[in-house]
Design a protein around this ligand. Structure first.
Ligand code: SF4
Length: 329
């Protein structure tokens, strides 16, 4: 009996997650057996979650000019990347994006700013926007504003922010090759703060930056220690002008294998398709939705265009999966 069959017998009844040694064995499963691994991941997600898929859109409320030097990011001021740049959007534009999100069928809306961490002015702008979106829509409002102080985390929680996104981005052992202006530990500290104050933590990473499979697993188990309620899985979309511009994109089979393995490590949380899926997976995107994924970012990403949200909603519905979470929890 191979590892996928053995785990199927065990995981579905025992409702447990896999350990590192089991994950390592799944990395070695032949590509021809990938459909069996995806099928197991889908069964596990159905057992814990049912069939629903949660959709979220985001607005890049403040874009570009970031003082950090994350090697994948076209918003860093350190790189000569042709990304757009703008100060915090006027409130009516943020509200317009939130209304469009609600109309698309998504249930959550994330306000994102390209900063090391928010200053007082940005916090005031974000809190004003969160209040207005709560008043005018039924969306769950999430934020992604970089490194936080405890006071800022308290203020966001008090404003009713549902989830705070702060990705670890990469395994601790690989992080120094990606970022030098802040440390992995600083990122982890903000993640701990988010759960400490009682917000839901959304934290994941970017796969395909040159890391090894062992480091993809390392990232997963480091995330597990932080207790996220959601993991966004991004696949590197190499941006011109950044140090990772020449990186070869992940093979679709590697991206799908990662999705399935992450689902088995995290049976009980949202695994969300995030940036890069269109580039890396192309026509194979639907396979992830029956291979462990139960959430998607729809519409545009921070610096790259996604496909229209209606196409993603149709893909989910064509698979017989309901779009869930239509109202704020
Ligand atoms: S990933 Fe975030 S912190 Fe890093 S350079 Fe881009 S916007 Fe700044």
């Amino acid at each position: 009996m191979d590892i996928v069959e053995r785990l199927a017998d065990d995981l579905l009844d025992a409702r447990r997650s896999i350990e590192l040694e089991e994950a390592r064995q799944l990395v070695e499963v032949p590509t021809a057996e990938l459909p069996a691994l995806l099928s197991l991941a889908h069964e596990v997600r159905r057992r814990w979650w049912g069939d629903g898929v949660e959709l979220e859109s985001l607005v890049s409320a403040k874009t570009g000019g970031c003082p950090e030097d994350c090697a994948f990011c076209s918003q860093s001021m350190h790189f000569d990347s042709p990304a757009q740049r703008h100060a915090f959007l006027p409130l009516d534009e943020v509200l317009g994006a939130a209304r469009a999100t609600e109309a698309s069928g998504a249930s959550h809306f994330c306000i994102v700013a390209a900063v090391r961490g928010p200053d007082r002015r940005l916090m005031d702008q974000v809190l004003e926007a969160v209040e207005a979106i709560h008043e005018q829509t039924s969306l769950g409002v999430n934020c992604s504003l970089g490194l936080l102080t405890r006071e800022q985390a308290d203020a966001l929680r008090d404003a009713g922010v549902y989830r705070y996104n702060h990705n670890l981005e990469a395994a601790r052992s690989f992080f120094g090759e990606i970022v030098t202006t802040h440390t992995w530990e600083e990122r982890a500290e903000t993640c701990r703060l988010v759960t400490d104050v009682g917000m839901n933590l959304c934290s994941g990473g970017i796969l395909g930056m040159g890391e090894t499979w062992e480091q993809r697993l390392e990232l997963a188990y480091q995330l597990r220690e932080l207790g996220p309620s959601e993991i966004p899985l991004n696949f590197l979309n190499p941006r011109p002008g950044t140090p990772r511009a020449g990186q070869r994109p992940l093979e679709p089979t590697d991206a799908l294998r990662a999705v399935a393995i992450y689902r088995l490590i995290f049976p009980d949380i949202i695994i969300r398709y995030a940036g890069g899926r269109e580039l890396v997976l192309r026509d194979a995107q639907a396979l992830g939705l029956v291979g462990g994924v139960n959430g998607m970012i729809v519409g545009n990403y921070l610096t790259t265009a996604g496909r229209p949200a209606a196409e993603d909603v149709r893909m989910v519905e064509d698979l017989g999966l309901p779009v869930t979470g239509g109202r704020r929890e």
